[in-house]
Design a protein around this ligand. Structure first.
Ligand code: CA
Length: 218
């Protein structure tokens, strides 16, 4: 997923871009409103309101005039007036600086879920693997997998972005609902069991120090 970060301050844009890339997003960054309007339309825009050339609200309005791209406005504390204006201009959400990275991530995911409600997303496919999210069933070819709820959630998360690395932090957060990184061992236990059930350990690759990747096997 491609995120366009429109932010003129390196001190904010650099760590933000780095954090988003670690979460598996592709990040393009521009430092001006003109740059934002020239950039290819991404999957989501993080838009700072105080830009050196154009007002962020104007950028928002122009982006909205030509596309439905989700826009999250990022602004400094106390600019409450901008909140109303921003949302009226068609922004999808609003965060106030300084914001926590986790909070921003949650907003990004919430906005994406809203604008793409389960986009073809009920049945995930990766090679012979099929995960029917709604029916809570998973199968490899003709073989129906009997999974525990956590195994199912883990497999759904991996199959949702087959081939991409899903970080351990994200797995803990989305499957176990915790930020307690100490519980990584828990992941290993479930992965081992899931690999057994998939019938070939190579279905789930461990990317050392980063996370896991679903690698469809023939
Ligand atoms: Ca700024």
């Amino acid at each position: 997923m491609q995120i366009l970060v429109v932010e003129d301050e390196d001190a904010i844009a650099d760590p933000l871009g780095e954090g988003l890339r670690r979460e598996g997003f592709e990040v393009t960054r521009v430092g001006t409103g003109a740059g934002a309007l020239e950039a290819p339309i991404p999957d989501l825009v993080l838009l700072d309101l105080r830009l050196p050339d154009l007002d962020g609200t104007e950028v928002c309005r122009r982006l909205r005039a030509r596309s439905d791209v989700p826009i999250i406005i990022v602004s400094a504390k106390g600019e409450e007036i901008d909140r109303v204006v921003g949302l009226e201009l068609g922004a999808d959400d609003y965060v106030v600086k300084p914001f926590g990275f986790r909070e921003l991530l949650a907003r990004i995911r919430a906005v994406m879920r809203r604008v793409r409600p389960e986009e073809g997303d009920d049945v995930l496919r990766a090679g012979r693997l099929e995960v029917d999210v709604r029916a809570r069933r998973a199968s490899v070819g003709q073989l129906e997998l009997e999974l525990t709820p956590k195994e199912f959630a883990l497999l759904t998360l991996l199959a949702g972005d087959s081939g991409a690395v899903v970080t351990r932090e994200r797995i803990l957060r989305e499957v176990w609902d915790t930020d307690w990184f100490g519980s990584s061992k828990t992941i290993d236990v479930h992965v081992a069991s899931l690999r057994r059930k998939l019938g070939d350990a190579r279905w789930i690759e461990t990317v050392r120090g980063v996370g896991l990747r679903l690698a469809p096997q023939p």
